[in-house]
Design a protein around this ligand. Structure first.
Ligand SMILES: [Zn+2]
Length: 459
């Protein structure tokens, strides 16, 4: 790329260049990052760039559709601080495969007086037509991913109609390739499944045990002892009750196959994907040659599992009040207090009893595996909150005195007031969360009188 506007060092100092590179999981090429840097530097030297000081930022194995990535976040912070005079990338899709975000980032840079060059897109913000060029390029890059995903989806649908095997080969079946491996080539698909008689016999027995009302843990034990293969990628070789339920629920055993029970949907704003149930997108097909059990046995076993469900009208999916909230941040105090040993944040953990655990344990940088039980923690903290609230009078006095002294001194008034305002906001937020915790605490506690106390206080 030949630049029309020459590269010049700003008056009195060296040119500062920010280089950014990225490759995504699909491309799987770790070499790509040094290559991208080398390419950018080649273009700089071809255009007779003066001596420059460079900062290299990169994101490895991260999709350009993700709005937040460590390297790109660092680049944005650097732009806000005007750390560079020039930002150079191989093409704009390295920055973002996201139309709006890509434009926003480059606009932010230009607003801060930073020149941006996307080599292969012929975008140089020193030229007047850069917005049109960048817009076209960004749209093109964003669409490439869409086309790829459409192509993959189309291929899967064609295979589905061919009655080929898709996804993992499940227990009870064997998979064979249409073109077996030769000396020169590995095996090639499409792949087709057939019933594996040994595994199918074990599965049928499992159905009979469940239908007869056997305990599911017993069935799980039996399957583990029989050594029924688990799907590839399974974490444990033994069967759990959940594994047994999944096995019994699988409709392919009564010759009815489904695919795409969950689809991956991208959140437009963040570019993050999440799995969702979309009943209208599920593909179905009859596969009589894959039958393992009779319809009557399949339904009998499934009815037996249904009959053991104690809660039937629990909202599920997006209707559930806790949908899309990560399990470890569902409680008001998560992240609010820290481990005394390593200083990491304490996270809520565990489903039923539950409590707070040090966040450093999972990353193996802390030995504190103790659990602060949720009820105990909430109770203790509530007590402190109540005590503090009751002594609010004296706190107010101190505050008033402090403000008065600040006003008297008048020095640094602005700075102090800003600092205090921030502090007040932070404390208010924490108080709100603590309040929530109190409200969620034990009902039959003396703390229930908290509200009354507060009311009295206000009068
Ligand atoms: Zn710790």
């Amino acid at each position: 790329m030949r630049l029309r506007t020459p590269l010049e060092a700003p008056n009195g100092r060296i040119l500062k260049v920010g280089e950014y590179a990225r490759y995504s999981t699909e491309e799987q090429n770790p070499r790509s990052i040094p290559d991208q840097f080398a390419y950018s530097e080649k273009v700089l030297s071809e255009n007779n760039a003066p001596d420059y000081e460079k900062t290299q930022l990169s994101d490895a194995e991260l999709s350009g559709e993700l709005v937040s990535r460590p390297g790109i976040d660092r680049l944005r912070r650097g732009i806000a601080r005007r750390e560079w005079d020039l930002i150079i990338v191989e093409d704009s899709s390295r920055l973002y495969r996201h139309e709006t975000e890509c434009m926003v980032l480059v606009e932010e840079a230009v607003d801060e007086g930073i020149r941006v060059i996307c080599i292969n897109d012929f975008v140089d913000t020193a030229e007047p037509d850069w917005r049109e060029r960048l817009h076209d390029a960004a749209r093109h890059h964003a669409q490439t991913n869409k086309y790829t995903s459409h192509r993959i989806k189309r291929t899967h649908e064609a295979l589905w109609n061919l009655q080929a095997g898709l996804g993992k080969c499940r227990q009870g079946y064997s998979r064979r390739a249409s073109y077996p491996a030769t000396d020169r080539e590995p095996e090639r698909g499409p792949f087709f499944d057939s019933v594996n008689p040994t595994e199918a016999a074990m599965i049928k027995t499992a159905y009979e045990m469940v239908a007869a009302g056997d305990d599911l843990a017993l069935v799980a034990d039996w399957l583990s002892k029989q050594g029924l293969r688990k799907c590839s990628g399974a974490k444990y070789s033994d069967y759990s009750v959940k594994n047994v339920i999944d096995l019994i629920r699988r409709t392919i055993h009564r010759a009815f196959d489904t695919y795409r029970n969950k689809v991956s949907e991208k959140k437009l704003r963040t570019g993050k994907s999440r799995q969702r149930h979309r009943p209208e997108k599920v593909l179905t097909r009859e596969m009589p040659h894959l039958r393992v059990v009779s319809d009557s046995l399949w339904y009998a076993a499934n009815r037996m599992i249904d009959s053991r469900r104690r809660k039937t009208n629990v909202p599920s999916g997006d209707d559930h009040p806790l949908a899309n909230i990560p399990r470890d941040s569902r409680f008001p105090l998560t992240k609010l207090f820290v481990c005394d040993i390593c200083g990491n944040k304490m996270w809520s953990d565990g489903r039923n009893e539950g409590g707070y655990r040090c966040g450093g344990v999972r990353s193996e940088c802390c030995w504190n595996k103790a659990t602060a039980l949720r009820d105990c923690v909430h109770k203790k903290i509530s007590e402190v909150v109540v005590r503090e609230l009751l002594s609010l009078d004296s706190t107010l006095d101190i505050l008033v005195e402090r403000i008065n002294s600040v006003l008297r001194s008048e020095r640094d008034y602005e700075r102090q007031s800003l600092k205090l305002r921030n502090q007040v906001q932070k404390l208010t937020e924490e108080c709100e969360r603590l309040g929530e915790a109190v409200a969620k605490g034990k009902r039959d506690d003396p703390l229930e009188t908290l509200l009354n106390l507060l009311v009295k206080k206000e009068q």
